[in-house]
Design a protein. Structure first.
Length: 182
């Protein structure tokens, strides 16, 4: 969180392109505060939708960790998306995930939620148990009668959060989900 931007933005865009999609990965601000981050996501989404080779009716958001939380936040205030892919979402501070959960009725698109079974708190997540948080989010999405596919992957190395630092075996699940919903 904060100053470290994890994940694999370039590799994700390349994998999307190989799958027949357009990928755009503007990096978020490297700050602890999330002030301004959601605006950055929405501006990036709008930029991507306005590219001449993009079908603006077929836009999905993909986010990992803090980007996963921001993906969910964006979907609670926008209704022009087709799908969400959320990888090991950060729970955020100051009740940010609680606010998202309180607005799940605003999410009208299918959600793919993914986490490793050993993403249970580490230096990378500042001790946040992403597995428990993801289970809670999945349960809340189902209770709100949202279309969610929740995948718990087997433990990954010594810290499940790093599973999404590269495009790995999980990627086939992403492509299958996108093919179905895009």
């Amino acid at each position: 969180m904060g100053y470290v931007v994890g994940g694999a933005p370039k590799e994700t865009c390349e994998a999307l392109a190989r799958g027949g999609y357009v990928g755009l990965a503007p990096l978020r601000r490297q700050t602890h505060s999330m002030r301004g981050h959601i605006n950055d996501v929405l501006v990036g989404k709008q930029y991507g939708q306005n590219l001449p080779y993009v079908d603006r009716r077929r836009v999905a958001l993909i986010g990992f960790s803090r980007g996963g939380l921001l993906t969910l936040m964006a979907a609670t205030i926008r209704d022009d998306l087709r799908a969400l892919v959320v990888m090991a979402p950060a729970m955020g501070g100051r009740g940010q995930m609680d606010r998202v959960i309180g607005r799940l009725e605003n999410i009208s698109v299918p959600v793919l939620l993914m986490v490793a079974k050993n993403d249970t708190g580490s230096k990378r997540t500042r001790g946040q148990n992403t597995l428990v948080g993801s289970r809670r989010l999945s349960k809340a999405l189902r209770a709100a009668e949202r279309n969610v596919r929740f995948i718990e992957y087997p433990p990954y190395n010594s810290d499940g959060h790093i599973m999404f630092f590269g495009v790995g075996k999980y990627w086939q699940d992403v492509l299958t989900f996108l093919r179905k919903h895009m």
